[in-house]
Design a protein around this ligand. Structure first.
Ligand code: G6P
Ligand code: MN
Length: 449
C-alpha cells in the first residue's frame, strides 16, 4: 500500500530532516509521494528546499514522487499523513515574542510565558482552518503536528475541529531517552522513561532499562550537571542535588524557565544585549543553512542542521507514521487526549505520555495521579493552557489578559497589561480574531476592553 505525505510549512529549513527520516524507513514505510506546501511569502525558501529534497530522493534511488506547491487544498487530495510545521508570522514574530517580554523583565521564549501565549494565539486559528480542509478533502489523513506550542495547539484542534485524527509531537522525550541511553551505555531501544505531564512541561518519573528500574541511578547522575539532555536552543544551567533529591523526578530542559527563572532571565537578558534573542540567532543560522541547501551537489541533510533545537524530531514523526501505517502496537511518547491516563486531569486535556501506537492512533498508557510535588504547578499550567485556547478562539482581550496574568512566569497584574498591549500591537496582522476591520485606515480592536 503506497503512502502520500504532505508537509505543510515545507519551505522550513527543518524539512530535510523529515525527508531523511522518510527515506531511512522506506522499506517498512513505503512513501510513494511527498508534497511540500507553503504560502506565498515562503515561496523562495520552498523552492530551495524542494530542490534539495528532490536531490535527496533521487540519490536514494527510492521510487518517490516529490513536488512542491502553494496550493494546499490540491496537495491534500489523497493524503495519508499531513505534517504541520508552520510558523505564523515567521521568525520576525518569534523575535517579538522573545524581545517584548524580556524588555519588561519577564522570560521571553517562544513556547513559554507571554511568548508561548502569543504563538498559540497566532497559530490556533490558522491550524483550525487547515484541519477543516483536511476533514473535507482527506478525512482519513492523520495530522502530525510539530507546530508549537505543540501540546496547546493539539488540544485546541482536538476540542474545536471536526477532524480528530491529530497527534502532537516533540523531540524532548526522544532527546531525554537517547541521552539517558548514552550515559548508561545501553541502546536507546532498551530505555523506557515513564513520562507524566504536558508538552514542554513533562517530567520523567521512572527510568526502566530492559524492564529494570534504574531511576535512582539516573537521578544521581543528573545532579550537579553531570549530564545534559538540552536541545540546542536551551543552555543547560544544570540541576542541584537538592532539587533532584527532593522531587525524585527528571525535569525536562524547559523546566529551567520555571524553577531557575532568575538565572535564566539573567542569562537571556545578557544574550539579548550581546547577540539578540534565539530568533535572531536562528535567523543567522537559517541564512547560512539556505546557502548550503542551494548547492546543487548537496543531496543529503547537512550536519549544520543539528544546530537547531528541533534536530532529530523527524525520527519522532517518522516512527509515529510508520507505526500507524503498520499497526505496530509499539510504545511512543506523543501528545494526545488524556482519557483518564493522568487521573488529576480532564479527559479532553492533551497530555504528553507513553502511548501504544496502532492504526487507530495513540492510546495513552495510564500513569495514575500526578506526583504530589509537582501536582500544583502542573494543574496551574494545564489551566493556563485552557485559558490560552479560550482566548485564541474568542479573540477577547480579557481572555488573553487572564491567560497571561495567570501564567506563573508573568503573574503581575499591571505589567501583564503592558506586555499584552505591546504584543497585541506587534502581532496585529496575525491576530484577526482580536482586531475587527478598519477605521480611518487604521485597524481597531473588535472587542471591548
Ligand atoms: C526544541 C523543541 C522544539 C522547538 C525547538 C526550537 O527542540 O522541542 O519544540 O521548536 O527546540 O529550536 P530552534 O533552533 O528553533 O531555537
Ligand atoms: Mn518541542
Amino acid at each position: 500500500m503506497s503512502v502520500k505525505v504532505v508537509i505543510v510549512g515545507g519551505g522550513s529549513s527543518y524539512t530535510p530532516e523529515l525527508i531523511e527520516g522518510i527515506l531511512n524507513r522506506h522499506s517498512s514505510f513505503p512513501v510513494s509521494e511527498i508534497v511540500l506546501v507553503d504560502i506565498e511569502e515562503g515561496k523562495e525558501k520552498l523552492e530551495i528546499v524542494g530542490k534539495l529534497a528532490s536531490r535527496m530522493v533521487q540519490s536514494s534511488g527510492k521510487p518517490i514522487k516529490l513536488s512542491w506547491t502553494l496550493n494546499r487544498r490540491e496537495a491534500f487530495v489523497g493524503a495519508d499523513f499531513i505534517a504541520t510545521q508552520i510558523r505564523v508570522g515567521g521568525l520576525k514574530a518569534r523575535a517579538a515574542d522573545e524581545r517584548i517580554p524580556l524588555s519588561h523583565g519577564f522570560i521571553g521564549q517562544e513556547t513559554n510565558g507571554a511568548g508561548g501565549l502569543f504563538k498559540a494565539l497566532r497559530t490556533i486559528p490558522v491550524l483550525l482552518e487547515l484541519a477543516k480542509d483536511v476533514h473535507e478533502i482527506c478525512p482519513n489523513a492523520w495530522i502530525i503536528n510539530f507546530t508549537n506550542p505543540a501540546g496547546i495547539v493539539t488540544e485546541a484542534l482536538l476540542k474545536h475541529s471536526p477532524h480528530k485524527k491529530i497527534i502532537g509531537v516533540c523531540n524532548i522525550p526522544y532527546n531525554m531517552k537517547h541521552s539517558i541511553a548514552e550515559i548508561l551505555e545501553v541502546l536507546p531501544e532498551a530505555v523506557r522513561i515513564e513520562f507524566i505531564g504536558m508538552n514542554h512541561f513533562v517530567f520523567g518519573q521512572k527510568v526502566l532499562v530492559d524492564g529494570m528500574d534504574r531511576t535512582e541511578e539516573v537521578l544521581d547522575k543528573l545532579c550537579d550537571d553531570r549530564f545534559d539532555y538540552s536541545p540546542a536552543n536551551i543552555v543547560n544551567l544544570g540541576w542541584s542535588k537538592t532539587f533532584i533529591q527532593s522531587t525524585r523526578l527528571l525535569p525536562n530542559p524547559y523546566h529551567q524557565y520555571y524553577f531557575q527563572t532568575r538565572d535564566v532571565l539573567d542569562k537571556d537578558l545578557k544574550a539579548f544585549h550581546e547577540n539578540g534573542t534565539r530568533a535572531e540567532v536562528v535567523q543567522t543560522l537559517e541564512k547560512s543553512l539556505f546557502e548550503i541547501y542551494k548547492n546543487p551537489s548537496l543531496s543529503e541533510k547537512p550536519k549544520e542542521l543539528e544546530k537547531r533545537g528541533g534536530a532529530f524530531y523527524s525520527d519522532v514523526a517518522c516512527s509515529l507514521m510508520d507505526s500507524i501505517h503498520n499497526n505496530k502496537g509499539d510504545i511512543q511518547t506523543v501528545n494526545t487526549s488524556n482519557n483518564g491516563a493522568i487521573s488529576d486531569l480532564p479527559d479532553e486535556a492533551v497530555i504528553e505520555v507513553n502511548c501504544v501506537i496502532t492504526k487507530d492512533g495513540p492510546k495513552p498508557i495510564a500513569v495514575g495521579s500526578l506526583p504530589g510535588t509537582v501536582k500544583g504547578i502542573t494543574l496551574q499550567m494545564k489551566a493556563f493552557e485552557e485559558l490560552v485556547i479560550r482566548a485564541a478562539i474568542s479573540g477577547n482581550y480579557n481572555d488573553a489578559y487572564t491567560a497571561l496574568v495567570m501564567n506563573p512566569l508573568v503573574a503581575d497584574e499591571k505589567r501583564s497589561k503592558d506586555v499584552l498591549d505591546e504584543l497585541l500591537e506587534a502581532h496585529k496582522d496575525h491576530l484577526p480574531q482580536f482586531y475587527g476591520g478598519q477605521e480611518n485606515g487604521k485597524q481597531v480592536h473588535a472587542k471591548v476592553y
